[in-house]
Design a binder for this molecule. Sequence first.
Ligand SMILES: NC(=O)c1ccc[n+]([C@@H]2O[C@H](COP(=O)([O-])OP(=O)(O)OC[C@H]3O[C@@H](n4cnc5c(N)ncnc54)[C@H](OP(=O)(O)O)[C@@H]3O)[C@@H](O)[C@H]2O)c1
Length: 267
Amino acid sequence: MSKLFPQSLLVIGSGNMAGAMLRGWFARGLDPASVTIVDPSPRDLPEGVRHLTAIEASISAPEWLLLGIKPQMLPDVVSQVASLDLSETLLVSMLAGIEITALRSAVPHVRAIARIMPNMAIGIGQSVTALFAEALAQPEQEQLEALFAMLGSAEWLTDESQMHLVTALSGSGPAYLFRFIDALGKGAQALGMPADQASRFALAMVRGSAELAYQSPESPAQLAERVASPGGTTRAALNVFDADDALERLVAEAMAAAARRSVELGQ
Ligand SMILES: NC(=O)c1ccc[n+]([C@@H]2O[C@H](COP(=O)([O-])OP(=O)(O)OC[C@H]3O[C@@H](n4cnc5c(N)ncnc54)[C@H](OP(=O)(O)O)[C@@H]3O)[C@@H](O)[C@H]2O)c1
């Protein structure tokens, strides 16, 4: 790979996700002077970044265009980027659901298009980011992978339709886990534990268990069996989750709803 960061990076929409990516890259050596951010209300701009509230003709041809707006904002942005010279630009889109064909018809004058699906843990350098691209030269594939591996880990998908699935799994997944932690705290409260203590125990337990599952050669399902002593407390709880496959069915239904919504966002 010849270089790490693009020479010039235009970011359109720098909210939670693009803002977190930029902070991670700045901390690892991206030159703020190479970055232009277009956003009416960007988060935490570092010194040296060029900030615009709207696209201007003065923006020179960027090597990369990172699209960090909500999918619903795409039609607004499309008309504004029409005037930019993007003939040598790689468009990197994090928009849920919007496929390459749709991006290509929205911004026909870009050189190439890649899609990414990170998650909120990108803010602490622990996102797993899915990557998919139209035919990209190998050095550019390696560059894209390296930039997202830097913020956690990155993995290529072989089929674009898997983006809907990965969005339902690891893109939306942090919210599922946050809800589960919240439910654990509320469950302990309902049994009589003080609210703040219940939240602390729930969060610390999830942190330790996630790290253990990550480090262990055993699968999460095997680890669950190891926690559950025969005739013990855990088995009593797991029996509730397992009755009619209640937990698995609920999670599968929730993920199917997310994947369906991803498809809808692309239509
Ligand atoms: N959040 C996640 O966990 C997550 C995970 C994976 C992928 N994604 C994808 O990432 C994208 C961004 O999500 P987010 O959570 O970072 O959203 P966000 O925090 O709302 O960021 C979007 C930013 O774009 C700005 N914006 C709105 N219209 C604009 C325009 N015409 N030109 C330039 N900027 C404009 C918004 O400004 P205002 O706030 O003033 O409107 C905001 O600062 C979405 O497409 C989503 O599908 C999100």
